[in-house]
Design a protein. Structure first.
Length: 156
């Protein structure tokens, strides 16, 4: 996967101005811990998880072991859809079969999952495939926001 880009100002608010005001090493540790805890709360299937955040460059490097390409993509999105993170460097190892990468879509103002499904699949009613592909980060199909990056799996 390499490097995945995000909109730094959008996403979960896990750390804020106090992290940026602190010394760099402390700020990096705090941000890394916050994102690690967030991924844990999502119960994503990853072992040996390590996240290193560089708050100066707004970059997170994520490593660990995941069972599938889907799990890899979800961990990457969970790291990147955090306010203050602009790039996520992928150092994850997929232990199972590596499927084709999903496409990604950055939500724009006015987007709905139906509109995104229409764009990618030609069928607005296929929105549930996108919703399911982004669980547990998405809790409800109407709760997406501009700047959020979503997985768009190939249509089965």
């Amino acid at each position: 996967m390499g490097l995945l880009s995000f909109i730094r100002e959008a996403g979960e608010k896990l750390f804020g101005a106090q992290a940026e005001a602190a010394d760099t090493a402390s700020s990096n540790r705090s941000a890394s811990s916050a994102i690690t805890a967030y991924i844990g709360s999502l119960q994503l299937p990853v072992t040996d998880l390590s996240i290193e955040v560089d708050t100066a460059s707004h970059t997170a490097r994520v490593s660990g072991k995941v069972p599938s390409q889907e799990a890899r993509e979800k961990v990457m999105l969970a790291c990147g859809n955090v306010q203050g993170i602009a790039q996520v460097e992928d150092a994850l190892t997929v232990e199972g079969e590596v499927d084709a990468e999903a496409q990604f879509h950055t939500v724009e103002r006015g987007d709905t999952l139906s509109a995104i499904a229409k764009k990618f699949y030609g069928d607005a009613n296929a929105y549930n495939a996108i919703f399911e592909a982004n669980k547990p980060m998405l809790k409800h199909p109407d709760k997406i926001y501009p700047g959020q990056v979503l997985r768009i799996p190939s249509r089965a």
